[in-house]
Design a protein around this ligand. Structure first.
Ligand code: UDX
Length: 439
């Protein structure tokens, strides 16, 4: 919404949230999320045509277009627990919109939702005949965290799904006009509403599938003494395949991939498409396998015991350039290390606060240290969990001197210079290539 306000001074954008603390943060000098470039555009538009408020009722009444961006986490209870989307916030929002509206509205689904929720939204909105017309559009967001501003400013595509009725098409054109302020027309694509909803789930499933595919092959490389970087390079040179999203890693994280794939799986099961559901579910299973494999390898090469050993996690965010730790592989690895009675030291330039919240109540010995040199001192091992650029540039001779021996590095992101580390004295274990050991 900040980007829309920034690019379209003619529109007045109000962001409402029921959480007063969050809204206060959005109105302050310390925004509640870290995203490169976000602060600049918020500061440019805030107070001009971008406003943050807790007055939900007023926001609904005054607006002609309402973007619904409430969270739709995986359901943790009842039917579909662990798989289906939890739609309670979304349902509540639809009812609030109906209650407070006193003029026609265009409702834009921004949250990633299971297919056909727009229809449910329309039903809730029109279940009281109050003479108000609601047109529901689907406009999924494809931005990735860490590159959000760049993705919004220069998107591969903007997708708008609408019903094919005259008023649905008219509503769609209103939204097209907004994006056309800065996105070229050929990148604004239109579809029916279900295609739009489904495309978002499928795009994420395909991206995650690439990572699971390369991660599955990384396990094979380690056994067969092939090198995953070389394999990925050779495979990615095929233009039909392409070279993006082929970095083997300790596993993908983030708020979207797992949730959206499970949603897709649930949807397939609902339509009795067992084979299709199993196929996509395997993408998540390989990811769990990869995280577990990483952890078991640490245990195995460190002489089958981690008890009382200090182990430093380099990074806790689910990827670089964000403080977001949702579904981060680091979370999984940290918990498993605590189970092995290791003493865990976590360092991260942006995510330490979230890490501490995530691991609250986990027990064991966990400490949070901002400086990577201080964090790794006295440790037996370093595990790289996040591909922060700063890690590749550290003085590893200094780090090596301060660590317990034998010293280990597990590079869960393949971002370090493994030969060099080996030369310094480390035992080095990358993903998908042979380990370099001194014994
Ligand atoms: C993703 C989609 O990219 C985005 O289009 C969608 O709107 C939301 O979900 P995001 O979750 O922000 O975005 O991050 P993304 O860059 O896709 O990375 C997801 C995870 O995969 C991260 O943990 C990342 O480190 C990992 N990853 C990515 C790999 O392990 N290897 C790769 O080659 C690429």
């Amino acid at each position: 919404m900040a980007m829309i306000a920034y690019k379209c001074p003619r529109y007045r954008v109000t962001v409402v949230d029921i959480n007063p603390r969050r809204i206060a943060e959005w109105n302050s000098d310390h925004l509640p999320i870290y995203e490169p470039g976000l602060e600049e555009i918020v500061k440019a538009a805030r107070g001009r045509n971008l406003f943050f408020s807790t007055e939900v009722e007023k926001g609904i009444k005054e607006s002609e277009i309402i973007f619904v961006s409430v969270n739709t986490p995986t359901k943790t209870f009842g039917a579909g627990a662990g798989m289906a989307a939890d739609l309670q916030y979304w349902d509540k929002t639809a009812r609030q919109i109906r209650k407070y509206s006193n003029s026609n509205k265009i409702i834009v689904e921004k949250s990633t939702l299971p297919v056909k929720t727009a229809e449910a939204m329309k039903r809730i909105l029109t279940s009281e005949d109050n003479g108000i017309r609601f047109d529901v559009l689907s406009n999924p967001e494809f931005l990735a965290e860490g590159t959000a501003i760049r993705d919004l400013e220069n998107p591969d595509r903007v997708l708008i799904g609408s019903s094919q009725t005259p008023s649905g098409l008219k509503a769609r054109d209103v939204l097209v006009e907004i994006y056309a302020n800065w996105v070229s027309r050929e990148r604004i694509i239109i579809s029916n509403i279900w295609s739009s909803e489904l495309s978002k789930l499928v795009a994420n499933a395909f991206l995650a599938q690439r990572i699971s595919s390369i991660n599955a092959i990384s396990a094979l490389c380690e056994k067969a003494e092939a090198d995953i970087t070389e394999v990925a390079y050779a495979v990615g040179m095929d233009r039909r395949i392409g070279n993006k999203f082929l970095n083997a890693s300790v596993g993908f994280g983030g708020s979207c991939f797992k949730k959206d794939i499970l949603n897709l799986v649930y949807l397939c099961r609902h339509y009795d498409l067992k084979e299709v559901a199993d196929y996509w579910e395997a993408v998540v299973r390989i990811n769990d396998y990869q995280k577990e494999r990483f952890m078991l390898n640490m245990l195995n090469v460190m002489f089958n015991t981690l008890a009382n050993k200090r182990i430093c996690l380099f990074g806790f965010a689910f990827k670089a350039d964000t403080g977001d730790t949702r579904e981060s592989p680091a979370n999984f690895v940290a918990k498993r290390l605590v189970e092995e009675k290791a003493r865990v030291v976590i360092t991260d330039p942006k995510a330490l606060k979230n890490a501490a919240e995530d691991l609250e109540g986990v027990g064991g010995e966990i400490s949070y240290v901002e400086d990577p040199y201080e964090a790794s001192a006295g440790c037996s091992a370093i595990a790289v969990m996040t591909e922060w650029e700063i890690y590749a540039g550290l003085d590893f001779e200094r780090i090596y001197r301060s660590m317990a021996k034998p010293a280990f590095i597990f590079d869960g992101r393949n971002i370090l210079d493994h030969e060099k580390l080996y030369g310094i004295g480390f035992n080095v274990f990358p993903i998908g290539k042979p380990g370099l050991t001194h014994f």
